[in-house]
Ligand binder design. Structure first.
Ligand SMILES: [Cu+2]
Length: 191
């Protein structure tokens, strides 16, 4: 009985070492150097059609074209939209870059408050440079650029790596449990 227990302990330690050896490189591979994980980004944006027309980070720096907004692919952007001239505007992300609002684009609701933010959430799933413009006053009057920098691994690359690590870890643990149970059963069968 003592020998049986000792064997079982060795088997368990061996499996634990094997599980660690397999899962550690996977965890490292899940987050390669230079890959930026997707994150939540807040961008305040002030619109105006009355002079000075355009867009700005703040009420005091509205320009036409507006500021270039740079994010990472996969970022979830929450725009906090204000109408500096207190008249209706709309933020359009021009995903097909044709300078008009149409089906591929994403757009906020109309907003007209200079003080209360209208929030609009946009997930930057595709890398590239896209126009943004006002859906009420048009591209010519109010536009700017949104730069979505590629993360190299494509959308969801990082979370895919984490998922793979969890999957491998889970499989290793299940295999280890099955192996220990099998060892117990096999030992008991012997006279
Ligand atoms: Cu406008």
């Amino acid at each position: 009985m003592y020998r049986f227990t000792k064997t079982l302990v060795f088997v368990a330690i061996g499996l634990a070492i094997a599980a660690f050896a397999v899962s550690s490189p996977m965890a490292v591979r899940g987050a390669p150097i230079g890959e930026t994980p997707a994150k939540a980004v807040s961008i305040p944006l002030y619109a105006s059609f009355s002079a000075p027309a355009g867009w700005g980070w703040a009420a005091t720096n509205i320009t036409e074209p507006g500021p270039t907004l740079t994010v990472q692919q996969g970022d979830v952007i929450t725009f906090h939209l204000f109408a500096h001239d207190a008249t209706p505007h709309m933020l359009v992300i021009d995903l097909n870059n044709n300078q008009v609002q149409d089906a591929p684009d994403q757009a906020s609701a109309q907003f007209s408050s200079a003080t209360a933010a209208t929030n609009f959430t946009f997930t930057a799933s595709t890398a590239g440079t896209f126009n943004y413009f006002c859906g009420v006053h048009g591209y010519a009057a109010q536009h700017g650029s949104l730069v979505v920098q590629s993360t190299g691994g494509g959308g969801g690359g990082t979370s895919g790596g984490i998922d793979t690590t969890l999957l491998i870890g889970g499989v290793v643990i299940i295999v280890a449990i099955v192996a220990v149970v099998a060892a117990i059963v096999m030992r008991r069968k012997k006279p």
